[in-house]
Design a binder for this molecule. Structure first.
Ligand code: IVH
Length: 681
């Protein structure tokens, strides 16, 4: 692994030796990436190897050979498709990573154009889309050919496949296009489509796509275009290749406007800016925007806008002097998987957690990452000792994307699910057909006990002021508390002797415990931590049965008549109350004086929202959509899946999409989360 920075200047012999290694590696990885759409290493690692070779070649020009990977763009086309000669080569861009590289770029441009100090360069800046570059050839306004970039000179004929992409016009609109117009752009897979595709593939046990970029590339290179047609793909066009009557405009920005007029899709985020500051400001702006976009971008492309200036600057080797790609920090990096440990959650679920050699990725140092469950470990083929790809996109929790199987050391060990709980040594059970393995220890297990107590004390449960996670952990570790009822039997001396506690804080905690004894039935039911019983389901249960005894006595069939309680949740509830240990916990709590006001049971027609129908869309801040649904149903409302004229209101969270548009069109009232919370309370 070459995670280190490129070496300082080497002797000619050493440099030749290193260059030969880099040639081999880069050829191999370019083939995996461009020809197979199945890279072994993250892009950042490829870029580093590439930069290292460029540096060696700059220091020792005698080592620069015709067949050096730095002299090529992409890789040789696959045999399966017909070849297409690009009449104008499809070139690549030089990469920059630091602000200083951008200042140097602007300086080179200014010097190349011999501009006076006082004049700044007019640039056009746009996202660097992370997909596959394609060329679209229109003759007399009709799409006649589509090709991949291939090695820049020769690409693959993928016309049939590209014609399946809805945003690629088969015929140009408007007028004024030249007889031959070759447009270039990036085909990409929108993130929403990528996620949906992978979810469906995983559910069917089929191979998932490594990332949206490889998804786009792989989809375009299917031999059966029906497969391409079934994949969610889109295009943004960003330049013109051949144009039979010469340039279609005098600047890049003006040419994009013409392309848009002819019906070609142009990224709306492109912008005209001036000078190095303009470039860097845009980089900042887009970096902030990045996690909100519906497509992957891996940087920003800066282009000198005026074509006469572009011509004056010209090209070097594989890239123009008038453009540069300013890359974002990598979202994927390589590191070593040191170990896999298992964490035990509140319901006993064992979660494998990767312990990693710390690595800087997506702007933070990552040393742990969840592996979710054993199915994931198997699917990603993860062994301890492997080199793994760690991914952190936006604010998303870092994850191990996959293993680099090709680099597996001989002594790598498979990850094994422990047969016994790492915390309490109870037997671990894996239910047929379920991805999750569980410790069977229940409240005997200190880990589950801690999590159960934290949940019991949490804000939406009994809301015990001052009883934080650290305190719960100490109480369990010291053996002071085994079950929730023990909390209410604590004495001042016991509490005051805990770390960071004293007489006064101890008394405050006892007061808080006393105050928490008076609660509500929904809170109490939620606090018990029954699997899959969230706040809203707890409220629905309380409302439906009216008292605790009736909930405890309900059988699975009856439970399924409660709004939003399906067979699985009904089973969890019935099994929970059938378990003698849980009955004991409930009895002990009641004996400690936990109480709540009686619930006034209302007939369905008297419920506040009875007869009303709502639709929920977007992301809600305080609860999941399914909890919101259960809460509305508990108030007597119906919750539908789509908006119609009969809908009484659309509850719209963040990033609401087509349902919101529909509601606005139909004049259906749009309600926000505050409205929902007001109904619940
Ligand atoms: S312009 C000579 N603009 O980046 C300039 N390329 O490394 C040709 N890319 O092959 C490219 N977004 O696949 C350009 N807005 C953009 C781009 C872009 C992504 C890709 C494209 C190209 C590669 C160059």
């Amino acid at each position: 692994m070459s995670l280190e920075s490129p070496a300082a200047e080497l002797s000619l012999d050493a440099a030749a030796e290193r260059a030969a290694i880099l040639h081999k590696q880069l050829h191999h990885h370019a083939w995996r990436y461009y020809s197979l759409d199945d890279p072994e290493i993250p892009d950042a690692e490829y870029d580093r190897l590439f930069a290292e070779l460029q540096q060696i070649e700059a220091q020792h020009p005698s080592l620069l050979s015709e067949d050096s990977p730095t002299q090529r763009v992409g890789a040789a086309p696959l045999e399966a498709f017909d070849q297409v000669q690009h009449s104008i080569p499809m070139l690549s861009l030089n990469n920059a990573f630091a602000d200083a590289d951008i200042e140097a770029f602007d300086k080179r441009v200014r010097e190349g154009l011999e501009l006076p100090e006082t004049e700044s360069v007019a640039y056009f800046v746009e996202p660097k889309l992370d997909g596959l570059a394609v060329s679209l050839r229109y003759e007399n306004g009709v799409l006649v050919q589509a090709a991949t970039r291939g090695d820049g000179q020769t690409g693959e004929n993928i016309t049939t496949n590209v014609k399946t992409i809805p945003s690629v016009p088969l015929r140009l609109q408007g007028s004024g296009w030249p007889a031959v117009l070759e447009v270039r752009g990036e085909v990409y897979m929108p993130l929403e489509g990528f996620d949906a595709f992978n979810k469906a593939a995983a559910a069917k046990g089929e191979k998932t796509l490594v990332n949206p970029r490889n998804g786009a590339a792989g989809s375009l290179r299917q031999l059966d275009s029906r497969i391409t047609a079934s994949r969610p793909l889109a295009i943004y066009c960003y330049s013109v290749g051949e144009a039979s009557d010469g340039p279609i405009a005098s600047s890049h920005s003006a040419s994009l406007e013409r392309l848009a007029d002819w019906g070609l899709r142009i990224c709306p985020l492109g912008k005209a800016v001036t000078g190095a500051n303009g470039l860097l400001d845009y980089y900042q702006f887009l970096g902030n925007e990045r996690s909100r976009l519906d497509y992957d971008i891996d940087g920003v492309v800066y282009k000198v806008d005026r074509f006469d200036q572009q011509r004056e600057l010209g090209f070097v080797a594989r890239a123009p002097r008038w453009a540069i790609a300013h890359k974002f920090p990598a979202q994927e990096e390589l590191t070593e998987l040191l170990d896999v440990e298992f964490q035990v959650g509140r319901t006993g679920a064992l979660t494998p957690v990767a312990r990693l050699k710390p690595v800087f990725v997506g702007g933070v140092t990552v040393s742990n990452a969840t592996l979710h469950n054993m199915d994931e470990v198997v699917r990603k083929d993860i062994h301890i000792g492997d080199t793994v790809i760690v991914r952190r996109a936006g604010d998303v929790i870092p994850e191990v994307a996959r293993s680099v199987v090709e680099r597996r050391p001989a002594d790598a060990k498979p990850v094994e699910l422990p047969s016994h709980c790492p915390v309490c040594e109870s037997h671990v059970e894996r239910v047929e057909g379920e991805a999750v393995a569980r410790c069977t220890g229940g409240l005997v297990c200190a880990a589950q006990r801690k999590e159960a107590l934290k949940h019991f004390a949490s804000r939406k449960a009994l809301d015990i002021d001052g009883l934080g996670d650290k305190l719960v952990e100490q109480m369990v570790d010291d053996g002071l508390v085994k079950s929730p009822a023990d909390l209410f039997a604590l004495e001042l001396a016991q509490v005051a002797s805990l770390e960071r506690m004293a007489e006064k804080s101890g008394q405050n905690l006892l007061n808080a415990l006393q105050a928490a004894k008076t609660t509500t039935l929904p809170r109490f039911l939620f606090a018990l931590g029954i699997r899959e019983v969230g706040e809203a389901t707890a409220a629905a249960l309380a409302n439906h049965y009216g008292d605790l005894g009736s909930v405890m006595a309900a059988d699975q069939e009856s439970l399924q008549t409660v709004p939003d309680v399906g067979p699985v949740v009904a089973k969890h509830i019935a099994e929970f109350f059938a378990e003698p240990r849980n009955q004991t916990v409930v009895d002990a709590l009641l004996a400690q004086g936990i109480n709540w006001p009686a619930i006034e049971k209302r007939a369905p027609e008297e419920q506040p929202l009875s007869g009303k129908t709502y639709v929920i869309t977007g992301t809600l801040e305080s609860m999941s959509r399914s909890d919101a649904k259960a809460a509305l149903q508990a108030l007597g409302a119906k919750v539908a899946g789509s908006v119609s004229k009969k809908t009484d209101g659309l509850v719209a969270g963040e990033a609401a999409g087509s349902k919101l548009t529909k509601a606005e069109e139909l004049g259906v009232p749009v309600l926000d989360e505050a409205w929902l919370m007001a109904q619940i309370s």
